[in-house]
Design a protein around this ligand. Structure first.
Ligand code: COA
Length: 550
């Protein structure tokens, strides 16, 4: 079988966690005041109190949370020692239950608890490392009220025109990237999906979404201290771009699918991505990519950023690479050094935000480019003409109908002339000998070449046709499949391959199919490349020895 979906793996890969980044470990562990089984009701975090100049000061009431969730949050003032701009720490006292399973999020948010900040808390340095006293009140949010506060990310509100996206292209024609992006755009246009950017601003709906996102981070980044997640998420210098599902019909709970929390350093014009995750059952469906595209557009248009930096752990590097992040840091060190700290456990990656790219409508741009290239190809070639060949597949008296090469539709249009019959770019045998003898020599050679492939240690993925039960989407993507067994049958017929070119073309298609379906890091892809190298060396050797013997 020459197939292996990278997506099948991706779910596993993407479950991995991220380790705290630079200032993380120190400040996070320092801020933990964990008392297991003891739930404290949250006060607005000291991060609120230490809100950046960019944000309004916290209001007195701490907005809603899921019943479990905000109960788990307590706060105390604690300046991050690592960051001159860092706001104060929020602290979580929680046990495992504090992070309710994501699917329960909807129901758990209905009834939430609000806490009021002790007015004296956290607003100044004197509150550092001091638990904020809280006054607790329980607030019920009626179904439907939750939608009011949801606003789309500035500048990235889907326009009505997005509903007009054509639907007639399948993955084969437009590629998986466009197919996924456009499917999600349609969801946005139908208001079943929204991309929003919230920070800790004490708006009920925003806070509920932040809590939902916190739950996702806590599950998807298990190595990240939960206290640290809360601290950054609620830090008013951080923003979170989220993908959410608004409640159907406007009534109910906004469901958070995933998000990215980042901190924009406006003066430096770069942003640091702190966390990024999609809820477990929605991963590898394109949300992560679309989220990153929305983030880039928002960061460029609203924050004025030109770059993103992030510390990625090994498991996330692949995802970030696909989102345009590089391991090379081109940004001048002076720009970011001292703003984000060096970190041993992760790889610093950079992404330049293009000043013009329509990140949330890349598919349209790619389509236009593709169309322009297609038109140019049509000017130069007639390869777009498709001829009917059905009648050639008919059988006469049980055996395949004999066809004359010159009768094959389209062959002449492609420039073929009858004097080219039997022409091959491979000069195998001397001019002497009749056509029967030459065919026998050719068959003998092809058998040898086939055997060298079959016996090779990298041949195992190619020995049988791909089983659609094992790989359901294989034949949606690979329209012209071929494998060693099928090639073997054609060789056995001794009539199929009338030139060496035809045999080589089948082998080449087999390798190309494999590399089309599988990503370069898969064993299948590597087997294809190694076996192809081996095969071509054998073909070359056969041609050279044929040339010598003439
Ligand atoms: N490593 C390598 N590639 C990955 C990957 C990973 N961990 N996660 C996803 N990909 C690939 C996908 O296969 C896909 O590739 P393709 O375009 O060639 O098909 C591409 O990245 C984008 O996939 P997409 O479906 O848009 O991503 P997603 O919705 O699954 O979100 C994550 C990606 C990483 C955010 C998500 O998988 C996740 O939450 N993982 C757990 C938390 C985590 O590791 N976060 C990153 C560090 S903060």
């Amino acid at each position: 079988m020459d197939s292996h979906s990278s997506h099948l793996n991706a779910a596993n890969r993407s479950r991995n966690s991220q380790t705290p980044s630079p200032s993380h470990s120190a400040s996070a562990s320092a801020s933990v005041s964990s008392s297991l089984h003891k739930r404290k009701l949250a006060a607005t975090t000291a991060a609120n109190a230490a809100a950046s100049e960019d944000h309004p000061p916290p209001s007195a009431s701490f907005p809603p949370s899921s019943n479990d969730d905000l109960e788990s949050i307590s706060a105390r003032g604690a300046n991050s020692e690592s960051d001159p701009e860092e706001s104060e720490d929020a602290v979580v006292d929680d046990d495992e239950e504090d992070f309710a399973p994501e699917p329960d999020q909807d129901s758990s948010i209905r009834t939430f608890t609000a806490a009021r900040l002790d007015p004296s808390s956290g607003a100044n340095g004197s509150s550092r490392n001091t638990k904020i006293k809280t006054e607790i009140s329980t607030v019920k949010l009626e179904a439907g009220t939750g939608t009011a506060g949801v606003s789309s990310v500035s500048g990235i509100v889907p326009k009505d025109e997005s509903a007009k996206i054509s639907t007639d292209d399948d993955v084969q024609n437009c590629g998986a990237y466009i197919a996924r992006e456009e499917a999600l755009r349609r969801e946005e246009a139908a208001n079943r999906l929204k991309f929003v950017c919230y920070s800790n601003d004490c708006v009920d709906e925003h806070m509920m979404c932040l809590i939902g996102l916190k739950n996702i981070f806590a599950r998807q980044l298990p190595n990240m201290p939960k206290e640290y997640i809360v601290r950054l998420l609620m830090d008013r210098k951080h923003k979170s771009v989220m993908v959410v599902r608004p409640p159907a019909g406007g009534n109910g709970i906004t469901h958070v699918v995933g998000g990215i929390t980042y901190r924009p350093y406006h003066s430096q014009r770069f942003g640091e991505i702190a966390f990024c995750a999609i809820t477990a059952d929605e991963q590898v469906k394109g949300y992560g990519t679309r989220l990153m595209n929305h983030l880039k557009e928002h960061a460029r248009n609203v924050d004025g950023l030109t770059h993103f930096l992030t510390y990625a752990d090994n498991n996330a590097v692949g995802y970030f690479v696909k989102q345009g992040f590089t391991k090379e840091i081109y940004l001048e060190k002076d720009v970011w050094h001292g703003f984000i700290k060096d970190y041993d456990g992760g790889l610093l990656m950079e992404c330049k935000i293009d000043p013009k790219l329509p990140y949330t409508n890349l598919s349209k741009m790619i389509r236009q480019q593709r169309k322009a290239i297609d038109e140019r190809i049509r000017e130069l070639s007639n390869c777009q003409n498709v001829y009917q060949v059905a009648e050639f597949q008919k059988k006469e008296g049980g055996s395949p109908k004999k066809i004359r090469v010159e009768d094959i539709p389209g062959l002449r249009d492609a420039g073929w002339t009858p004097d080219q019959w039997g022409h091959t770019r491979y000069k195998l045998f001397s001019g002497s000998g009749d056509s029967v003898t030459k065919q026998k020599q050719l068959n003998a050679l092809i058998r040898v070449l086939l055997k060298t492939m079959q016996d090779h240690s990298d041949a195992w993925p190619f020995k049988e046709p791909v089983d659609p039960l094992d790989v359901p989407d294989y034949y949606e993507i690979i329209k012209d499949p071929i494998d060693l067994k099928t090639i073997g049958k054609r060789v056995e017929s001794e009539q199929y391959y009338v030139t060496l070119d035809m045999f080589v073309a089948d082998a080449r298609r087999m390798f190309n199919n494999c590399r089309t379906y599988n990503s370069p890091d898969t064993i299948y892809y590597k087997c294809a490349t190694r076996l192809e190298t081996h095969f071509h060396s054998k073909v070359q050797a056969a041609l050279q020895s044929g040339a010598k013997s003439q």
